[in-house]
Design a protein around this ligand. Structure first.
Ligand SMILES: Cc1cc2nc3c(=O)[nH]c(=O)nc-3n(C[C@H](O)[C@H](O)[C@H](O)COP(=O)(O)OP(=O)(O)OC[C@H]3O[C@@H](n4cnc5c(N)ncnc54)[C@H](O)[C@@H]3O)c2cc1C
Length: 496
């Protein structure tokens, strides 16, 4: 552990540079000093890995169905208020993303015909999970009326009653996160320190006043203060100079992702080890549902150690089927993830195997190459041509529904400490996450954390913040009206 200790002062410190961290930074005013830290390089976050897509409320007629799908997948343990906020905010967030330059698949670019594989209905589908709907390229009449969403293609994943997922090939997370990162990099008031790990928070009189951080190397281990070679942190003298850094801040946002690094088999980056949760627990910050861990049914089976490669659920949404060792289907592939996982495990036990098979043979080759080029290429490198043969798949740890308890403004139980994204638990996902809800949930509630900080501090100014999302989140109020109707009575404090 480094011995030298430096002190830095920021208005807001954000731990994590995934979608939650980046979007909250973009929603804070430009006259404030924002420091973001990440334990690794900026591109090593789960946000970059997201494949399938991001959900959106397509139109008012879809509200009840989207709400019910989210609740059903979550075993009705979801916080209804949070689900409502997420769904109602979804179009505004997508509007922001498009404004930041994110490109989603257009309907005209997709083959318009329906999906032959999805039309072969499995018996379980009679139980309320129809799989035979039109998927990508859906251009029904509602879609035509959908203003902001007009002309986009929608795909579908497990437990969704209809296609409502926007996507960019099979690298939606990379498309969204790299665009957000590029916008943040344009901002002079936001600094990003790579290879800098939070080791604790600073607490004074029961309130959070910042964080303690330490330089780490590429292996995630503490260094003597030198940044890993070739990183942007090399150029940051404030970071280079000391081993331990105290960053005092008026408000702190924990956006440090999931816990997959603690598992042997996970789709997550190994450095995502739930550090914020351990620190929160130490300080008596409320945690929730620590046992709610989602296992993804389909990751590419491998004997090699390390991160497991995800085979996105939207592959099954487009018609891929699961097969046992005799080449027979054994489950409706579009049931919720926990149900499909249980069925695969049962099948593996019956068959005496350590994987089952996933066949994409009923998906047109052209569609595979266009919609899933990343999956196609990766499998090819592992020796499987998905256009010709089935691939071995196995469940692996994927997502954490529990986390640091937060209210609907992403406030934790400690004053001036916020949490957003996978590290937090605002109750949206209940006991099991509906596919493609997590990018959206991370963005919506990261934006709300930033909004709440601004509101509490009196920082809102029209000229620095004017994207569509802000107005929507405040239910149509202008910034001035919003401030006037704020019920906030919390004392505004300066940092310690
Ligand atoms: C393979 C894969 C595919 C997925 N596909 C989808 C999908 O299609 N749709 C969808 O909605 N969701 C998907 N998800 C889930 C989604 O990507 C994540 O839930 C979401 O991106 C989490 O964002 P985040 O900002 O909370 O965390 P992350 O993006 O994981 O970022 C966490 C950040 O915290 C930093 N950090 C961690 N600990 C520390 C520390 N101690 N100090 C400093 N920094 C720290 C990390 O370095 C990183 O920058 C997928 C996830 C995976 C793994």
């Amino acid at each position: 552990m480094g011995t030298a200790e430096r002190e830095e002062y920021a208005d807001v410190v954000i731990v994590g540079t995934g979608v939650a961290g980046l979007y909250s930074a973009l929603n804070l005013p430009r006259d404030k000093r924002i420091i973001m830290i990440t334990k690794s390089d900026v591109e090593s976050s789960d946000s970059f890995l997201a494949q399938g897509g991001i959900c959106v409320l397509r139109n008012e007629a879809d509200y009840d169905s989207y709400f019910e799908d989210t609740m059903r997948a979550g075993h009705y343990e979801n916080r209804k208020e949070s689900v409502d906020i997420m769904i109602r905010s979804s179009q505004a967030v997508i509007g922001d993303l498009i404004g930041y330059g994110v490109e989603f698949q257009r309907a005209a670019e997709q083959p318009a015909e329906g999906n032959p594989a999805a039309a072969a209905v499995h018996p379980d589908e009679a139980a309320g999970h129809p799989a035979g709907q039109q998927v990508s390229g859906d251009t029904d009449q509602d879609t035509e009326k959908e203003g902001l969403l007009k002309g986009y293609a929608f795909t579908r994943e497990g437990a969704h009653s209809r296609p409502r997922i926007l996507f960019h090939e099979d690298i939606t997370g990379k498309e969204i996160t790299s665009r957000l990162l590029a916008r943040v990099r344009e901002l002079d008031h936001v600094e990003i320190w790579e290879y800098t790990a939070m080791t604790d928070i600073i607490v004074r009189d029961g309130k959070c006043t910042g964080i303690i951080a330490q330089k780490v190397g590429k292996d995630g281990q503490p260094t003597d203060g030198r940044a890993a070679a070739g990183t942007t942190a090399d150029r940051d003298s404030a970071v280079q100079a000391g081993g331990t850094i105290k960053i005092y801040a008026k408000d702190t946002i924990l956006a440090s992702g999931g816990i997959g690094g603690r598992y042997k088999h996970s789709t997550n980056f190994p450095h995502l080890t739930g550090d914020a949760l351990v620190i929160a627990k130490k300080h008596g910050v409320r945690l929730e549902h620590l046992d709610y861990v989602q296992i993804h049914p389909t990751t590419l089976y491998s004997r090699k150690p390390g991160r497991r490669f995800l085979i996105s659920e939207s592959v099954r949404g487009e018609g891929a089927v699961l097969l046992n060792k005799n080449g027979e289907r054994f489950v409706n592939e579009l049931l919720p993830r926990d149900v499909v996982t249980a069925a695969i495990r049962e099948q593996m036990e019956k068959d005496g195997t350590d994987h089952v098979w996933l066949s994409m043979k009923d998906i047109e080759k052209e569609k595979i190459l266009k919609h899933f080029p990343n999956i196609y290429q990766h499998c090819l490198e592992e020796g499987f041509d998905v256009t010709k043969e089935a691939i071995p798949v196995v469940p692996a740890q994927h997502y954490f529904m529990g986390g640091i308890w937060v209210d609907s403004d992403s406030r934790t139980s400690m004053e001036h400490l916020y949490a957003a994204g996978e590290t937090s638990c605002n109750g949206v996902h209940g006991a099991n996450r509906l596919a493609s809800n997590s990018l959206l949930e991370s963005l919506v509630f990261a934006g709300r954390a930033a909004d709440k900080i601004c509101k509490d501090r009196g920082w809102i100014s029209e000229d620095t913040r004017g994207q569509s999302g802000k107005q929507f989140r405040r239910q149509g109020k202008t910034d001035t009206e919003y401030m006037e109707t704020s019920d906030d009575t919390r004392e505004r404090e300066d940092i310690a």
